[in-house]
Design a protein around this ligand. Structure first.
Ligand code: NDP
Ligand SMILES: CC(C)=CCC[C@@H](C)[C@H]1CC=C2C3=C(CC[C@@]21C)[C@@]1(C)CC[C@H](O)C(C)(C)[C@@H]1CC3
Length: 421
């Protein structure tokens, strides 16, 4: 195969502070995960305490963790390869082709749920994974680094049209971080699509279940707070896998390369930081009053309704604008032939789905009480991620739709939160 090194024009625009920012993030992101997990299990649970309470070095490695992570990823590779469910086509690529993707993530979730139930019934001590959380995270970081090195190296044998628009600056560290290749595959196995929805996302809810089992082991029964966190987050993950096809049109699949940022995000950040609320509740039990439990359930319900309805409305409109559920909506034309919704959910704010997601994020943290900042880490990080994501999407839409996008922004002035942002 011919190397593309000398044939691809380099992108000049960078994000995250360029090569220096990327280098810092490559070091800081894994340290942040380990720091948060260590603080979470400590008695004080204090993020701002200095020096931080860290476990001894010996606690960072356990051979069982290597075995578990290898087994977990292998199981999900097998489930991905099972010929069940339909096969969908992604959006049209620059060379005019369309890739095929198996839509069987929901099956993988169901099989995992059955396996977890069988383990519990057979008395397999799953709660022991709670003690292995830090070595499991260390091992997942190792997998993310190895995978990113593999992706970066292989990208030099990829044709120029298969590279991501933003991951080809020529700065090795930056490109390693952002990802050079858009849709890296081994045969028909799509590495980015697999990582985005399977091992990390399903791993997150399994870790939550482990926390619940640990709580039962320690206190005899699960708390209302723990049940709420588990049910809310399971609903979110089930929704993502039930609507798996919709991920094929997200910017991560369509626009972003697959490098350290997404590999680490999918395999480490999602399972080990999104499960912090449940981990926190094991070491810091919190009693909810029936009224606060009800208020939190309502908040999650409103958030989920906003998130699902707005995502479904846009997906339906993009698939078939003449469908009875969307044809009454007001739209504006664009030069590309596509139209933009200016009424319904997308006439309320420019990102109603982000608003719903943020309301849910708050509902996942509130069951932990308000005595510590740690369970609110997800809300804070997620707000930053969505504001940054909104700005990136805005740039891409302005480039795509020009004056029509400006007209949409005038018509719908608020980005995520009405009258505030
Ligand atoms: N839990 C987590 O960690 C994360 C969750 N998310 C969630 O993922 C979901 C997907 O988010 P994301 O991929 O960022 O983007 P969106 O689903 O918000 O899609 C943005 C795209 O929608 C289209 N669009 C925008 N405005 C309109 C309009 N008025 N009418 C019609 N089409 C419009 C444009 O694409 P086009 O015109 O080309 O169709 C635009 O690029 C969200 O619900 C988000 O909250 C995202 C990141 C992390
Ligand atoms: C700090 C760091 C390394 C950030 C990387 C960002 C990733 C963690 C997120 C980028 C986009 C994501 C999406 C989801 C999870 C988080 C990441 C990977 C998602 C799978 C969550 C479930 C949703 O329903 C979704 C499928 C729409 C969503 C897609 C984007």
């Amino acid at each position: 195969m011919k190397s593309n090194k000398h044939t691809t024009p380099h992108t000049t625009e960078t994000e995250f502070g360029g090569a220096i920012g990327a280098a810092c993030l490559i070091v800081l992101l894994p340290l942040t995960v380990l720091f948060l997990m260590s603080v979470c299990v400590s008695e004080e649970g204090a993020v701002f305490r200095w020096p931080p309470t860290l476990p001894p070095h010996s606690d960072f490695y356990d051979p069982r963790a290597v075995f578990i992570i290898t087994g977990w990823i292998s199981t999900h590779i097998l489930l991905y390869l099972l010929p069940v469910g339909k096969v969908s086509e992604g959006l049209i690529l620059r060379d005019g082709s369309r890739l095929k993707y198996p839509i069987n993530g929901f099956h993988a979730l169901c099989v995992t749920a059955v396996l977890v139930c069988v383990c519990v019934c057979l008395g397999v001590p799953l709660a022991v994974l709670y003690e292995l959380m830090v070595p499991l995270a260390v091992c997942a970081v190792g997998v993310a680094f190895l995978l990113s090195l593999y992706l970066y190296t292989c990208s030099f044998w990829t044709p120029a049209h298969a590279l991501a628009p933003g991951g080809n600056t020529g700065h090795a560290v930056y490109d390693f971080f952002i990802g050079r290749e858009l849709n890296p595959r081994i045969g028909s196995f799509d590495l980015k699509y697999f990582c985005e929805l399977r091992p990390g996302l399903i791993g997150w809810v399994v870790l939550n279940a482990v926390m619940l089992l640990k709580e039962v082991e320690l206190r005899g029964s699960p708390s209302v707070s723990m049940l709420l966190v588990n049910v809310f987050q399971l609903l979110y993950v089930t929704d993502a896998l039930w609507n798996e096809e919709a991920v094929l049109s997200t910017m991560d699949i369509v626009h972003d390369g697959f490098g350290f940022m997404l590999a680490f995000g999918d395999l480490v950040w999602v399972p080990f930081t999104y499960s912090l609320q449940a981990a926190f509740l094991v070491s810091h039990p919190h009693q909810l009053t029936p009224f606060s439990a009800l208020a939190i359930i309502m908040l999650n319900g409103i958030g989920y309704y906003t998130f699902r309805k707005s995502n479904s409305q846009k997906n339906q409109f993009r698939r078939d604008p003449t469908h009875s559920s969307v044809r009454h909506l007001e739209t504006i034309p664009t030069a590309t032939g596509k139209r933009l919704l200016v009424s319904g959910w997308w006439g309320f704010v420019r990102h109603p789905n982000y608003l719903g997601d943020l309301l849910m994020a708050l509902a996942w943290s509130l069951p932990c009480g308000i005595s510590h900042i740690l369970p609110y880490f997800y809300v804070l990080y997620f707000s930053v991620l969505l504001v940054h994501r909104e700005a990136r999407d805005e740039r891409q839409c302005r480039a795509k739709y020009g004056a029509s996008w400006d007209a949409y922004c005038r018509r719908v002035p608020y980005r995520i939160i009405p009258y505030i942002y």
